[in-house]
Design a protein around this ligand. Structure first.
Ligand code: GTP
Ligand code: IMP
Ligand code: MG
Length: 364
């Protein structure tokens, strides 16, 4: 059989997670109509926020491709599964019948969550999400953890995900791999020890699903127009009382934020104004100027072929809801071309609002 053109795309986070991968995937699912959307990443520590029919969803297990009813949805073997969270989301998203998880997914139990939240080092020093992912991955490496195939409640959802996905790829079908977290949180390449319990790069996302590197056509690395980080760990260009004077753009954002009556430190005011609050934990995210150095290094390790920039409207409110490049302001265009030039990878998508349709698509 002659293989059709390979169309597999990985969408991955280029900074510290929460770049808006969920929103980007919801757009791609509606626009590109993929046959399969497969979720990769660590597990339910990730929250992908999307909107469908006016309703907000913070998805921790179900792939965001659920917005397109004809996509088959998979969760790869590398992903940790919290059965209660999974079953609840399947019910809320009404995806029963088209969602499957790999029989080898490792299972998070209550004791993993207790170990995560009760461990001072993890909870206070690393600032984990408390969702049990770290302790579960630890146990998985210790080879004593339960797998999805051992859980009777999951029996209706069990599949051989690599077999299904590779068969689809070979017959020319369109597959999107949905990564979670972000590059700076990688156990291998991030700001260790302030990282998650696994690598978070595109290669790991492919491995999570069981797809070989030769089968990947595009890697879309997603960055916010600025940088955010939730949990502990270093963050370059964190905006504070002193250095804000060096950033005219941030001074302007702060002015708008204060006009709304937000209070606290400069960074807290900015975070409140920009709505930067963790999807899973509700913790405030720290706000920083765009971290070019991290972005460039992350594009290299991810093998980026395209860049998507999200939340443009948050720092350039005049760009809100724009769906064509000409509608963007000169300062927003300058910001975008600066990122493209510095990283050396084409910016192909620009997100101007939280809804799937708030997107400027520059792909050919
Ligand atoms: P993780 O896998 O947890 O890293 O999540 P994620 O990359 O899917 O991002 P998450 O949904 O946690 O956070 C992104 C936030 O920004 C959400 O609240 C989205 O609704 C919002 N968002 C995404 N893109 C845009 C955008 O272009 N404009 C605005 N205003 N909000 C956006
Ligand atoms: P853990 O993954 O829960 O062990 O948390 C380790 C670190 O990764 C903490 O700093 C978390 O805040 C961060 N983290 C884990 N998952 C996400 C995510 O999806 N978005 C943003 N930060 C995350
Ligand atoms: Mg998130």
């Amino acid at each position: 059989m002659i293989m059709d053109e390979n169309k597999t795309t990985i969408v991955v986070g280029g900074h510290f997670g929460d770049e808006g991968k969920g929103k980007v995937i919801s757009y791609l699912a509606l626009k590109d109509k993929p046959d399969i959307v497969a979720r990769a990443g660590v597990g339910p520590n990730a929250g992908h926020t999307i909107y469908k029919d006016g309703r907000e969803y913070g998805l921790r297990m179900v792939p965001c491709g659920f917005v397109y009813p004809s996509s088959k949805l998979f969760i790869g073997a590398g992903v940790l599964v919290d059965p209660k969270c999974f079953l609840n989301e399947v019910s809320v998203t009404k995806t029963n019948g088209r969602i499957f998880l790999d029989k080898r997914c490792a299972i998070i139990e209550q004791r993993h969550r207790d170990l995560d939240s009760g461990n001072k080092y993890l909870k206070e020093k690393v600032g984990t999400t408390g969702t049990g992912c770290g302790p579960a991955n630890q146990e998985r490496a210790g080879r004593t953890i339960k797998l999805a195939q051992d859980i009777p409640e999951l029996s209706a959802y069990i599949a051989d995900v690599p077999l299904e996905v590779n068969k689809a790829i070979s017959s020319g079908k369109k597959v999107i791999i949905e990564a979670s977290q972000g590059f700076g949180l990688s156990l291998f390449y991030g700001t260790y020890p302030f990282v998650t319990s696994k690598d978070t790069s595109a290669s790991m996302a492919a491995c999570d699903i069981g797809v070989g590197p030769t089968k990947i056509k595009d890697v879309i690395v997603v960055y916010k127009a600025y940088t955010t980080r939730v949990g502990a760990g270093p963050m370059a260009h964190f905006i504070d009382e002193q250095n804000i004077k060096e950033y005219p753009l941030w001074q302007e954002v702060l002015k708008d934020a204060k006009a709304k009556g937000h209070t606290g430190t400069v960074n807290e005011i900015l975070a409140k104004h920009l709505g930067e609050k963790g999807t899973v934990t509700g913790r405030a995210r720290r706000v920083g100027d765009f971290d070019y150095e991290l972005a460039k290094y992350s594009a290299m390790i991810n093998g980026a072929t395209q860049i998507c920039i999200t939340c443009l409207d948050k720092i350039f409110p005049e760009c809100k809801d724009a769906t064509s490049y000409d509608k963007l302001s000169a300062r927003a265009k300058e910001h975008i071309s600066g990122i493209e030039k510095e990283i050396g990878v084409k910016v192909t998508m620009l997100s101007t609002g939280p809804k799937a349709e708030d997107m400027i698509d520059l792909r050919k």
